[in-house]
Design a protein around this ligand. Structure first.
Ligand SMILES: *Cc1c(COP(=O)(O)O)cnc(C)c1O
Length: 854
């Protein structure tokens, strides 16, 4: 008998009287996790329970006895604390924000941010790593800055796996169930109280979806859930695990995120005009926006495409091919067979949207390509990653020189208040005032770090390290108890590490390119460094390997076996189950953060930024954000940014460079103490690091950049196209069809620059061209000179363009154009001519296949 059918289900909620409702209000707004007074309020409720629930106030309120809650009302201290926090939350929600001040509140922009994972807090485990944490920090800063933005993601029943290690040091995974009723989630309902529900019907699947809300300060995050009784068991599994399952599961999750996400927003009455795809996972949203517009306004695919593309923003996060979704055509046939027809597309047209070369049937359907083609603004996550991405995706725009590809970069950041220790924060308030809290991007405020007395900054550093050592010992003890260690072994956990010793941290996903064991290539040398009696060093590791990544798991096993050796036992510790809580302790407590990716595979990296906000120093390969952060006096670079063919050789060179740096610079620097025991020159480096990095690498700066460089222009272009009943969009689509039809006849007959073989710098060189346009009106083309210094392979490097004006029609569809180029740099120059369509309102229009070089 199936008892589940007979169960009558109901939810029991804590009964909080009026005085205590505020407790619930605060618990249900994740804002509390970046407000120390709120955190202290919950900890004060019950310290043990606070730890046992993984810092989950909603669960705590459910567990605490009614009598305990009742008695709080008589605790004046507690009630005053609660009132203060509640008022802070109200003030926060009411204050005038950066966005209101800079946009006068007049913008009608409505942005939606789509991501497969969101890392807001350890108690809401729906994230796996960097991508999710970045998304969480993005929402937090969007809230602080007052951006009109909502988040969209999936609500996983199990989230990402939890990690523990067996006796051999081999990673084991388990998947605890998330109990939605013990999380800060609210099920969205209609006016009658029925849960809002949307339906998806794709290929063999047809299922319903519920929408849950997490409030992140001012920003709502909507999470989709298919685990409903009315769905088939298979469909209920779609939101079971983050990055679990096979390709088919992945495409289903992405259909749910992109298409389901847009439908969910519509069910909530939200029609965003700017949609941000955080990684390619969300790219199907563009198709659904197009379909919606086609249905609502009776327009065709191409017309809707112009509008939707203008209103989409795409951020790519990985230069690692394996990190990008590719789907075989059969899978798209199965799920999109009906859908692409309703878009009015042929199978080839549809599959072409996911290919760099739409005509190449060998290319699988790539979500990043789909996103690039359907987003008007696209970016990588650091300057170097922008460059690498342009190389990686250049075939999507075959006629454009690399530096002109519509793929820029916006460097990542971290949410200051989430990652900075209270200790450091209160020290900063004392010496910097509170302005760094309101505007962490102000360089002038951070300059005042120099005013903090060395002794005080050092005391703060010391006590943060002590806290980390305490935490590591406690976790190690718990780990040992779990695997049944002897009493003696457990007792030794009390003695590992030393709160006075230079502490290096390394915590990240154990993907092989991050090279977690680079430091362990020469164990004798490492042992000499760590066990130096005058100047000892200790290392704390943490990190998970993807459950299917055997190589990654092997690295974890090696580290654990090495840390078990007698000579390393007190100096190397691996903390299990890396999550946001472990990360917080580490980044707040370490002196040096080690980062060893194989350049250029770390798109940005963010953990090192968290360290910088806490006065720790970075020691890193010049990759990702560190290429921009490193300034010579504010941390250390391993190598000079070389890229080697032979990775084994590279590993050898770079591991030696690490040992050299430690032996010759870092360790002596740290132990170079004055008579008062204070390492003055180390503190000078700390101060230089904070002054140079804190104002730059926050999500406040990052979100402001997204707002200014992506969202606002995206919104304005979208608006320009839809105003007047979509007038411009309709015109543009028709104009493109007309122009592209006659384009194949356009030819460059002749191009010349009247120039001697050598000219002086600053010379103006006249250039001219004869172009055959056939029936194309001359005002519909742009003719440009493209010129610049040649590199060793004879290609123009970082070229400039100048427009050429039409001077005379030469009859029979021929036109003469002329202009001048200015030779501003010395060296061998090259000059080329290009012709592309030009729209009378929008200017030059590039579309693959419609740009001619001569
Ligand atoms: C910050 C953070 C990350 C991202 O760190 P990287 O520097 O990108 O490796 C991953 N996981 C957790 C838990 C984090 O807090």
């Amino acid at each position: 008998m199936d008892f589940t059918k007979m169960l009558h289900k109901f939810t029991v909620v804590p009964s909080l009287t009026d005085e205590l409702v505020a407790l619930q209000r605060v618990a249900y707004n994740i804002w509390w996790c970046w407000e120390p007074d709120a955190i202290n309020l919950f900890r004060r409720l019950d310290t043990e329970l606070w730890e046992a629930t993984r810092h989950n106030p909603v669960e705590m309120l459910g567990i605490l006895q009614q009598t305990t809650l009742e008695s709080l009302k008589n605790d004046e201290g507690f009630m005053a604390h609660l009132a203060m926090v509640d008022e802070k939350l109200s003030d926060y929600l009411a204050e005038k924000t950066w966005f209101q001040k800079t946009c006068n509140g007049s913008s009608q922009m409505k942005a939606a941010y789509f991501s497969m994972e969101f890392g807001l807090h350890e108690s809401l485990p729906v994230y796996s790593g960097g991508l999710g944490i970045l998304a969480g920090d993005h929402l937090k800063s969007a809230s602080d800055l007052g951006l009109p933005l909502v988040g969209v993601g999936l609500l996983y029943r199990q989230g990402y796996f939890r990690q523990y290690l067996n006796n051999e040091g081999w990673q084991q995974e388990y998947y605890p169930e998330n109990d939605f009723y013990n999380l800060p989630l609210t099920l969205e309902r209609d006016a009658q109280g029925t849960p809002l529900s949307i339906e998806l019907d794709f290929g063999p699947r047809r299922f319903k979806v519920h929408i849950w809300r997490v409030q992140v300060g001012r920003v709502p995050l909507y999470l989709l859930d298919t685990n409903l009784e009315e769905n088939s068991p298979d469909d209920r599994l779609i939101t079971a695990q983050l990055y679990g399952g096979d390709q088919e599961m992945r495409i289903l999750q992405e259909i749910l995120l992109g298409i389901g996400g847009i439908r969910a927003l519509r069910a909530l009455g939200i029609i965003p005009n700017v949609c941000h795809m955080n990684e390619g996972h969300a790219a199907f949203l563009a198709l659904e926006r197009i379909l919606l517009l086609m249905e609502k306004r009776g327009v065709r695919f191409n017309e809707a495409l112009e509008i939707v593309r203008a209103g989409n923003v795409f951020t790519t996060h990985t230069p690692v091919e394996a990190g990008i979704d590719h789907f075989p055509a059969e899978l798209l046939d199965r799920y999109f067979g009906k859908y692409y027809r309703s878009l009015g597309l042929s199978r080839d047209d549809f599959l072409g949207l996911g290919r760099q070369n739409p005509k190449n049937p060998q290319e699988t359907f790539c979500m990043a390509v789909l996103a690039l083609k359907l987003a008007g603004h696209a970016n990588g996550v650091s300057e170097l990653h922008g460059e690498v991405s342009r190389k990686m995706w250049k075939n999507t725009w075959p006629e454009l020189p690399e530096e002109q590809l519509p793929l820029t970069s916006i460097t990542n950041g971290v949410h200051t208040r989430t990652w900075m220790s209270n200790h450091m924060a209160s020290l900063l308030v004392r010496y910097l005032g509170t302005r760094w809290l309101d505007d962490p991007t102000d360089h002038n405020v951070w300059r005042r770090v120099s005013k903090i007395p060395d002794a005080e900054l050092w005391r703060t550093r010391q006590s943060c390290r002590e806290k980390l050592v305490d935490f590591a010992r406690k976790r190690l003890k718990e780990q040992l108890v779990k695997v049944g260690a002897t009493v003696k072994e457990i007792a030794t956990a009390e003695e590992v590490l030393d709160p006075e010793v230079l502490t290096i941290g390394f915590a990240r996903r154990f993907a092989t390119y991050k090279r977690g064991t680079l430091l362990m290539r020469d164990l004798d040398r490492l042992a000499r460094i760590l066990n130096n009696t005058e100047m000892p060093v200790q290392i704390i590791f943490a990190g998970k390997a993807h459950p299917q990544d055997q190589e990654g798991k092997e690295l974890i096993r090696q580290i654990n076996q090495i840390s078990d050796l007698e000579r390393f036992r007190h100096r190397i510790v691996f903390i299990e189950d890396y999550d946001m809580a472990v990360a917080r302790h580490l980044v707040q407590g370490v002196d040096v953060w080690l980062n060893t990716p194989r350049r250029p595979l770390e798109a940005s990296g963010t953990s090192g930024m968290k360290v910088a906000f806490n006065g720790g120093l970075n020691m890193s390969i010049l990759d990702g954000w560190w290429c921009e952060g490193y300034q010579g006096n504010n941390g250390w670079a391993i190598g000079k940014g070389e890229v080697y063919e032979d990775t084994e050789y590279q590993n050898q060179v770079e591991s030696r460079a690490i040992y050299d740096l430690l032996e010759k610079e870092i360790v002596p620097h740290f132990y170079d103490r004055g008579s008062d025991g204070i390492p003055r020159s180390w503190i000078a480096t700390m101060k230089a690091s904070m002054q140079s990095l804190c104002p730059v690498f926050s999500t406040d700066r990052m979100v402001q950049e997204y707002a200014g460089r992506s969202y606002t222009p995206s919104y304005q272009q979208w608006k320009q196209l839809v105003d007047d009943n979509l007038a411009l969009a309709l015109d543009l689509a028709r104009w493109k069809e007309r122009t592209f039809k006659v384009w194949p006849l356009v030819r460059i007959e002749d191009a010349s620059a009247q120039v001697a073989d050598a000219v002086a710098v600053g010379s103006l060189v006249p250039v001219s061209a004869k172009v055959f346009l056939g029936d194309l009106p001359v005002e519909d083309v742009a003719v440009e000179g493209y010129f610049g210094v040649l590199d060793s392979t004879g290609n123009i490097q970082g070229g400039e363009t100048v427009p050429l004006e039409s001077v005379t029609p030469a009859g029979n569809g021929l036109y003469l154009f002329s202009g001048t180029i200015e030779c501003r740099f010395c060296g061998r120059h090259g000059f080329m001519l290009r012709v592309m369509p030009r729209h009378k309102v929008l200017g030059n229009v590039y579309e693959p296949g419609y740009l001619l070089w001569g």
